[in-house]
Structure formats: structure tokens, C-alpha cells
Ligand binder design. Structure first.
Ligand code: C5P
Length: 327
């Protein structure tokens, strides 16, 4: 999932003073490059609202074989001002200020470890934003991984998961590197049993997103406004999940998303296209997370160019379309 390089030139010994200040072991690494995958929710049951304002979930989430790339370089740029991090991004639409979760994750890492070196981040963005594909959360977890390598802090999985959960509900799932069951507000992660993973891994799908994005807080607020009839009772969510895990059915049988009705009510272009794809091609389709990205499983021999043509016809030539597979 990630690689790191040792780039220190001979004859240019590394400054160690900051490491000594923070009592961390010295890492020889100067650059870390981390793949930051997109995710889809194969099953997303919102089971109720919590007293902290978040929602309790039972979800099955799988990383995809496409995503962003985060490059972190120690002292990669001259340090300007007091900031410990710089961030640039290949997509000019993505904010690179304090709203970017890479920065939030880096700050959480520094607060936990006391590491003090300057790091320049470069984010190569391929995952669309406002999509429900977990791009920002995945980037944050990639930043934690990169800094863990570069600093030599070697934080364990449990500590990284705690930091990731502080940054965002969808961040901890990206530490697993495979399909997971997610519970609580997203902080309780368990790997999906191997027999179930085998039914998912490598399955091809088409991801598509209109130019509009959906705000995750807005989608959850709509759920809360329609409560309690919008929630799936937790017992029912767990029953459906264990029936699927113990059975032999493929991912299509698991498909459910509590947020679809609230998002579809406002963004009518989504259900209209998903229905057309079902009727014309017999595809199984769903929305991922809070949208607006949707996906269709691609059976063997699916007429991919005709399917893409239908998506572009409905949502415009500029919409995001990408073939991918569960990883
Ligand atoms: O945790 P994160 O910042 O990604 O969540 C964004 C927003 O989505 C939250 O502020 C909250 O409104 C909503 N949310 C929720 N329950 C969750 C996850 C997110 O209500 N389990």
C-alpha cells in the first residue's frame, strides 16, 4: 500500500536536533509515498442518532483499486514562517488550508508524538470530493501512515486508529487495507471475515458522480429531521449483515444504504439514472456513503461503453466516470 524512499545524499548528514528534542528514534527516511484508496459502502445502515450529534452505523466498507497518492518529504521545501507543514494539491479545487484533513491529521500526529520536523505534502488527487468515496478521510489516514514512517515514531495500530478517529469518522477504516465492518460512528472497525472478502475482492464496478456534490452533514441532518422512521433498527441491520456473512450470496445481496432516500429526494438525477441502468442493462446499482457518487456492479460481458454513454447522456459529458475493482 505504501512505499518510502531513502533520499539523503551522502555527505549531507541529517539534522538531528529536533528528534532529540522530541525523544523520538531517528528515522533515515526522507520521503514517504502512500497510496490513498477510495472506498465504497456496500452496506450502510444508519441505526440512530447519538447524544453527541453523530449517528450510529453498521456498515460494510471496501477500499477500491483507485485512489490518490500522498507524498510527504521531510524538509522538502525551505520552511517559511512557523507552519510545520506545507500542502499542495494537483486539483486546484481542493482546499489546502486548515480544512484539508491531511493538515488535521498531521497536527494530530504532532500533538501525539511531539515530532517537530518540517514536512512538505504533495497530494495527487484522483478521487472526486463531495462524493461519498472517502477521499479526504483516506488522505488523512495516508498522512498518519507517512508521518509514522518518516518520524520513526512507530505508533501501533491502536494508537493510529485513535488519532484517525479524532480526525474523521471514516478515517480509521483505511488502516485495515481491506473490506471492513464499521460500527459506532465509524471508530469500531473489524475486518470482514476472509470467506466474505473472497466474494468481494476483484469484483469490477463502475463509479460515476455528477458534477454536484452532497454535503455529508446535510445528509445526516435530513435523516435526523425525518427520525425515527428513517433509521434501520440495529437488530435488523445486524441480522442482515450476519445472514450475508454466513451465506454465499455476492455483494449485490448485501446492498443497502439508509441515506439513499434522503439524498434521492433532493437530487432527483441520481435515482433516475440508477433506475435507467437497472432497466436497460439489468445492473445492480447504489449510492456510496452520502453520495453523490454511485456505483454499478459490472457482470462479465457488460457493455461498458454503452453503460458509460448512458451515464454521460444523463449527467453530462463532464461527469466523473471510472472503472474500478474492490481491493
Ligand atoms: O466525522 P466526520 O467529520 O467525517 O463527519 C462529518 C459529519 O457527518 C459530522 O459532522 C456529522 O454531521 C455527520 N456524521 C454523523 N454520523 C456519523 C458520521 C458522520 O452524523 N457516524
Amino acid at each position: 500500500m505504501s512505499c518510502a524512499s531513502r533520499r539523503r545524499r551522502p555527505g549531507h548528514p541529517r539534522k538531528r536536533s529536533n528528534h532529540l528534542e522530541s525523544n523520538l528514534p531517528v528515522s533515515e527516511l526522507r520521503t514517504a509515498t502512500v497510496f490513498s484508496p477510495a472506498k465504497i459502502n456496500l452496506f450502510l445502515a444508519v441505526t440512530g442518532r447519538r447524544i453527541d450529534g453523530f449517528h450510529d452505523l453498521v456498515s460494510v466498507v471496501a477500499p477500491l483499486d483507485f485512489g490518490d497518492r500522498l507524498i510527504a518529504e521531510v524538509g522538502g521545501k525551505e520552511r517559511i514562517g512557523p507552519a510545520q507543514f506545507s500542502l499542495d494539491c494537483s486539483d486546484p479545487e481542493v482546499p489546502v488550508d486548515g480544512r484539508n484533513l491531511v493538515r488535521k491529521a498531521a497536527e494530530a500526529f504532532v500533538a501525539a508524538t511531539g515530532w517537530r520536523e518540517f514536512v512538505a505534502f504533495r497530494l495527487e488527487k484522483h478521487i472526486p470530493v463531495g462524493a461519498g468515496l472517502g477521499g479526504g478521510s483516506s488522505n488523512a489516514t495516508a498522512a498518519l501512515r507517512a508521518l509514522n514512517q518518516l518520524s520513526g515514531a512507530n505508533l501501533g495500530r491502536a494508537t493510529l486508529a485513535k488519532l484517525a478517529a479524532e480526525v474523521g469518522s471514516d478515517c480509521p477504516l483505511f488502516l485495515e487495507g481491506g473490506p471492513v465492518i464499521m460500527r459506532g460512528r465509524g471508530e469500531k472497525i473489524e475486518p470482514l471475515p476472509e470467506l466474505a472478502v473472497r466474494r468481494l475482492r476483484g469484483r469490477p464496478l463502475l463509479i460515476f458522480k455528477p458534477s454536484l456534490g452532497v454535503s455529508t452533514p446535510w445528509a445526516y441532518e435530513q435523516m435526523a429531521a425525518g427520525a425515527p422512521q428513517t433509521y434501520l433498527p440495529v437488530e435488523e441491520a445486524e441480522r442482515r449483515l450476519s445472514a450475508w456473512i454466513e451465506g454465499t450470496a455476492d455483494a449485490v445481496a448485501l446492498q443497502y444504504n439508509s441515506l439513499e432516500p434522503v439524498v434521492f429526494r433532493k437530487f432527483l438525477a441520481l435515482p433516475v439514472l440508477l433506475d435507467r441502468l437497472r432497466i436497460r442493462f439489468g445492473l445492480s446499482t447504489a449510492m456510496s456513503g452520502s453520495g453523490s457518487a454511485c456505483f454499478a456492479w459490472l457482470p462479465p460481458g457488460a457493455p461498458i461503453s454503452e453503460i458509460i454513454a448512458m451515464v454521460r447522456d444523463a449527467w453530462g459529458a463532464g461527469c466523473f466516470v471510472r472503472q474500478a475493482a474492490v481491493s
